[in-house]
Design a protein around this ligand. Structure first.
Ligand SMILES: Cc1ncc(COP(=O)(O)O)c(C=O)c1O
Length: 368
């Protein structure tokens, strides 16, 4: 039972992939080009946003968003400590300082209650992270941002198609940032990402920044970077995008299956879906006290599992200089000690889901 089975996801689409990739080869549109433009149009539509800009990764999407919003040295950007490292790295790349606030114990996303205390005269932006496929509670976050004149960048790298009160993830803040890393709900055949926005000025800025600061070939209005999306990745993503809604629906149904099968085990906390949310379960993470022993038991039953993420960002060695200590963010730290991500992908069968749930039950009994 692998944690992730991309081969089974790709198998039925194999010939479509071959054809689309062959077309890119025939047209030699490898870096940017018409296929990327087509994908951008379709992905913007999917996110119910005016614009999408294809870039090289989710990290680049975050970084270019920050640059386009004018974030730089001396600024502070508030985010959460229980995310992938890239969320904070993008802030550091701009010369700004990442500042963390704790998360809500039920949704594992930015807790708006802690925000005001973290805001200083240097704060310029907020990056809520839609962790595991569920959006943060955006309304109170946006209200605070408005009150203090802060920009909001949604880290939607794990939340393709998720919704907040009917609004698509990514379409709510100033920009929304997506990763198309292969294992994501919408994954490329390598590295890729996108920024979505409703703001035409930000669209222009990010489009130009990702292409060496040029709007017209060889006429550079500013110093940019090379963050273009590959044509082959766009071709693959266009095919997978058509299957994304169905895949997300299957993930929700698998999550319900797991939660139902595990609901009577009081040692297990299953993920909750907030009343505002349409969850897309990029990750299905349970929480357990005896994590290491339970994971050993699952491994001995050949059930693939993982931890997202074992060390919160504020306690990473790379960020020691920020001066955070253990117990700075008790909820995020507790969750990092307890999370176990179970296999989650659309192709899982009911028998496989039952097998995993049974494995969890037995592992808990044997670890007691
Ligand atoms: C929450 C989050 N933010 C940012 C990123 C960075 O995306 P990428 O790996 O495409 O650079 C990821 C990728 O795993 C992520 O999960």
């Amino acid at each position: 039972m692998p944690f992730l089975d991309l081969a089974s996801h790709h198998a039925p689409l194999r010939y479509e992939f071959h054809e689309a990739i062959q077309e890119v080869i025939d047209n030699c549109a490898f870096a940017g080009g018409p296929v990327v433009a087509e994908f951008e149009k379709e992905f913007a539509e999917f996110c119910r946003c005016r614009f999408a800009i294809g870039v090289g990764s989710g990290t680049e999407a975050l970084w270019l968003s920050l640059l386009a919003l004018g974030i730089g040295p001396g600024d502070e950007v508030i985010t959460v400590p229980n995310s992938f490292m890239a969320t904070a790295e993008a802030i550091t790349y701009c010369g700004a300082r990442p500042v963390f606030v704790d998360v809500d114990e039920v949704t594992y996303t930015m807790n708006p209650d802690g925000l005001r205390k973290a805001i200083t005269s240097k704060t310029k932006a907020l990056i809520p992270v839609h962790l595991f496929g569920q959006t943060a509670d955006m309304e109170p976050i946006l209200n605070i941002a408005k009150e203090y004149g802060l920009k909001v960048i949604e880290d939607a790298c794990q939340a393709h198609g998720a919704e907040y009160n009917g609004q698509r993830a990514g379409s709510i803040g100033d920009t929304g940032c997506f990763s198309f890393y292969p294992g994501k709900n919408l994954g490329a055949f390598g590295e890729a990402g996108a920024v979505v926005t409703n703001n035409p000025e930000l669209y222009d800025k990010i489009r130009i920044l990702r292409d060496h600061g040029q709007d017209r070939k060889y006429y550079h209005t500013q110093v940019g970077w090379n963050c273009r999306m590959d044509g082959i990745q766009a071709a693959v993503l266009r095919i997978k995008l058509r299957n994304l809604e169905a895949g997300n629906q299957r993930r929700r149904s698998h999550a319900a299956h797991y939660s139902n099968a595990l609901c009577d085990i009081h040692e297990v906390i299953t993920p909750a879906t907030a009343s505002y949310a349409q969850h897309v379960f990029h990750i299905y993470a349970i929480r357990v006290r005896n994590r290491d022993r339970i994971m050993q038991q699952l491994a001995s039953r050949q059930i693939g599992c993982a931890v997202h993420y074992p060390v919160t960002i504020h306690l990473q060695e790379a960020y020691r200089s920020l001066g955070y200590m253990r117990d700075s963010f008790p909820v995020a730290e507790k969750c990092a000690d307890e999370y176990v991500s179970l296999p989650m992908y659309p192709e899982l069968t009911p028998a496989q889901l039952d097998h995993v749930a049974y494995g969890v039950r037995e592992s808990i009994v044997n670890s007691a």
